[in-house]
Design a protein around this ligand. Structure first.
Ligand SMILES: [Zn+2]
Length: 151
């Protein structure tokens, strides 16, 4: 491996759990923590603008983020219900409109964070796959560079 100063190499093997969570919550690249995951409200960048880490490794990669989104929504709803019903003695008819509104809106708001957390935690748990995503991104870039130009 060359030590070319123009290459921006980051070692995903150094990623700790608190770093992964922080990068997930702040919607940053799990590899370098500088590049932004989203370029709009819902549009994701394909790779990091700083280190070229590939965010979407394969089709359907972010399907797993729905588990995070569902889990956080269900846990928050359950906790809120138990707290308000048993702690503050709210009736079910009082709680129903608020909780239904919450379970419809919250997953939409949390969508970006669920994807970001999924990516960061996957990088933390699957370092080989994360390293391959980085190498694959570099190889794809190098192969595009090496192609002969059309005349
Ligand atoms: Zn990056």
């Amino acid at each position: 491996m060359s030590n070319d100063s123009s290459e921006k190499l980051y070692d995903i093997g150094d990623l700790t759990f608190p770093q992964a969570v922080r990068r997930g919550v702040t919607l940053r690249c799990p590899s370098c923590a500088r590049g932004k995951l989203f370029r709009g409200l819902l549009r994701m960048n394909q790779k990091c603008s700083n280190c070229e880490f590939s965010f979407e490794r394969s089709r359907g990669y972010f399907l797993g983020s729905t588990y995070i989104n569902y889990g956080v929504t269900a846990a928050t709803t359950t906790f809120s219900y138990v707290l308000l019903h048993f702690g503050f003695e709210c009736t079910n008819s009082q709680l129903l409109p608020g909780l239904v509104t919450f379970i419809v809106i919250f997953p939409l708001v949390f969508f970006r964070f669920a994807r970001s957390l999924w990516l960061s935690l996957d990088c933390f748990l699957d370092r080989v796959g994360a390293s391959e995503a980085m190498v694959g991104s570099r190889q794809a870039e190098n192969s595009r560079r090496d192609l002969p130009k059309r005349q």
